[in-house]
Design a protein around this ligand. Structure first.
Ligand code: SIN
Length: 276
């Protein structure tokens, strides 16, 4: 198995490995690569739904998304679907999966099923590298802060998605809720300090006025979205991506109107997040 950085601060490509047939020693090597990079890309995989599930179960415990439709093949696999006729895509803005849960997701394994001819890349950002590069004064300001993460503004009765052409494929309107997490966490495996806020779900700092929160959050979001912390993955048939939700953001490009894109996503259960 070979692990090659994808870009200086963002992800790594794993080659010479089939996820469906790897042995236990390779799985342990993969865990180490996942801890080191937080974002792994695979090409030319043979990973039908049953093997997708098997890989996920070997790596961790599956947690089901509250809002997405699941696949015909399994209630444990979420569908990220955009039909030819739909305008809006799922996950089109920077976010981290499940940060609105008290126990946020460890990671997500995304498998390409139907791809547009061009476009439909997924972009990623590295939140550990972004934290390291913050000025010391800002790091000090963030110490001890907690932030509120929510899904109500997206999936609730008046949430943004309810006013789009995705509304019929999303459920869980009655399962919305918030959680609070430290703004800077210690990553449970790597021990690195990570900036744990994201534009999709973090709505404000706990105990702060909304406008003051917005100002600082926007500053942090602009910092993370800089090219030196981000990368863009170009999907091909057989591509798989496995990202760590505790130390990355992602967003899906919506630049393939009139074409279909279908991805299968399995999300893995994480643990409570500790302040750095
Ligand atoms: C997601 O937000 O999990 C979906 C990403 C993608 O479709 O590329």
């Amino acid at each position: 198995m070979k692990v090659t950085p994808f870009s200086p601060n963002c992800g790594a490509v794993v080659s010479d490995l089939q996820l469906a047939t790897m042995n236990d020693a390779q799985l342990e090597q993969l865990r180490d690569a996942f801890t080191e990079h937080g974002l792994l890309f695979f090409r030319d995989q043979q990973l039908p739904p049953e093997e997708h599930l098997r890989f996920a179960n070997r790596f961790g415990k599956i947690v089901v998304n509250k809002f997405f439709k699941t696949t015909e093949e399994s209630p444990l696999i979420a569908e990220v679907r955009k039909e030819k006729t739909q305008q809006t895509n799922i996950g089109g803005g920077w976010h981290t999966d499940h940060s609105y849960d008290d126990i946020p997701a460890l990671g997500s394994i995304l498998v390409a099923r139907i791809l547009p001819e061009t476009g439909g890349n997924t972009q990623f950002a590295n939140l550990a590298a972004a934290y390291d590069a913050l000025p010391n004064t800002l790091k000090t300001r963030l110490e001890g802060l907690r932030a509120v993460h929510s899904n109500t503004h997206l999936y609730g009765e008046n949430g943004l998605y309810r006013f789009t052409d995705l509304k019929d494929q999303l459920g869980g309107m009655d399962r919305v809720g918030d959680a609070t997490h430290p703004v800077v966490i210690t990553h449970p495996q790597s021990g690195r300090k990570v900036l744990y806020v994201n534009p999709g779900h973090t709505i404000q700092f706990e105990g702060w006025e909304f406008d003051k929160s917005r100002e600082l959050l926007d500053e942090l979001y602009a910092h993370v979205a800089q090219p030196q912390f981000t990368c863009s993955f170009n999907w091909q048939p057989g591509s798989v991506t496995f990202w760590d939700n505790r130390c990355t953001w992602h967003q899906a490009d919506n630049d393939y109107q009139g074409q279909m894109r279908l991805m299968h996503r399995i999300t893995l259960q994480g643990s409570e997040l500790e302040a750095a």
